[in-house]
Design a protein around this ligand. Sequence first.
Ligand code: NAP
Ligand code: MG
Length: 503
Amino acid sequence: MTSTVELIDFKERLSDATARFLSRQHRLFIGGEWVQPASGATRDVIDPATGAKISTMADGGTADIDAAVKAAREAFEHGEWRRMSTNERAKILWKIGSLIDEHAEELAQLEVLDEGSAYNVVKNFYVRLSADHFRYYSGWATKIGGSTVPVNMPGEWHAYTVREPIGVVGQIIPWNVPLLMAAWKLAPALAAGCTVVLKPAEDTPLTALRIAEICREAGLPPGVLNVVTGDGKAGAALVEHPDVDKVAFTGSTATGKAIVRAAADNLKRVTLELGGKSPVFVFPDADLERAIPGVAEAVLLNSGQACTAGSRLYIHEDVYDRVVAGVAEYAESLKLGHGLDPATHLGPLISERQLSRVKGILQAGLDEGAKVYSGGGQPSGPGYFLRPTVLTNVKPGMTVYREEIFGPVISAMKMSSDDLDALVSEANNTVYGLAASVWTKDLSLAHKLAARIRAGVVWVNNHNQTDAALPFGGYKQSGWGREMGFSGIEAYTELKSVGVYLG
Ligand code: NAP
Ligand code: MG
């Protein structure tokens, strides 16, 4: 079944600031200045809800990455950032958070136009979390210390540790929730005293460019943050660059593996936030009034384009019929449309390429025996929309069970066993290990499952909630290392031991 997506004319809704920003011919941010890419090449920036061009970006390449790394190296070795009092560094990070709040409407509009999500979610969730992230790490800037260590080496010693910034960091981010992804990367690296070259996804360059301006306005010295827009080749040049000390990457598992191989030459440090195939368990004693929309949103947030999407939904047989029907009803009630339309709940997928990829996985699932319970199909009209789809009859081994879909597709499965071992082995039957959620009032059961699911984050009676203070990252092929909390600082520092022989 198909229906039409009504698109509003978004131009009338844009603030002056947003319209001004869109109309600029964007360049690269290197050494605190806007510079043309060496090749002079540009690319169109597309609104995925309409497929129309909304702005123009610079298409950076290897020479631009070289220039950006040089600026970051100069700022790291000879600039003031590392040497600045930590109070001053903290103030600048706090100011970046305040400026994000101040420009929240513009940032949210740019993000909606570039990425497609609904305005309210972007403004009240992602923009707010981005500002909070800088404020949280502003607090860490003054607290990155070491410790004194009692040692038993011969003689008398004063031994201590210090944490030092790793150096020049290459940061590569994906097109889903790009502003928040930039904040997750930048705030801890800057708090630690590193300098950065940021490469946003080619599909969503806008908010990274706006953040560069905000950082400059907040007083970040030139060269500390450099932004090079471009495609995967620019990302690869950053990863291969011999003068980059660390790469922090968020994106697909396949690209993550390519990055690990490419980083081996100078053994640069690597942290990876990759894909997922997160299980969700609904038990009969759960508060179903909350659980039904909760588990639907666990997948449908951002039209399924979230690394933590709870795409494998296990429902206890006692409540299976009610929960599947409720999830389908909820999904059907969501209005698809342009993210700037206040009535919109669900936006489009990011691109034609992504839409056809998702449709391909869905079709493979149907060919393998999965059934469409509700939704499915592409509405008529422009943009890369897909109606939320609930699948049943999904079995282990099927493509839709195994692969990260990254679209609004829920695979509902019946749990016919209360056997904890069976549930745990089902949950862990994936190469991924990013997230999971358990919906029950039985705290003992929830804790037992939380302890045995091999995933970096387990939510109980919730899903997709993150906080700057709470470590985040993946087991298995969902990544290397953790972001957030003190783990975020560890990821951007080297630990040095100093042993002073006192005689
Ligand atoms: P992607 O294709 O891996 O791209 C991610 C970034 O890497 C983009 O900036 C991309 O540039 C760049 N890139 C592509 N090839 C590269 C190469 N050989 N070397 C270096 N950089 C390269 O991922 P995506 O499709 O944009 O994003 C979706 C994926 O991100 C999903 O798998 C999702 O689960 C994952 N994700 C994970 C988290 C997490 O925290 N675990 C959060 C969000 C998303 P171009 O865009 O220009 O190609
Ligand atoms: Mg776009």
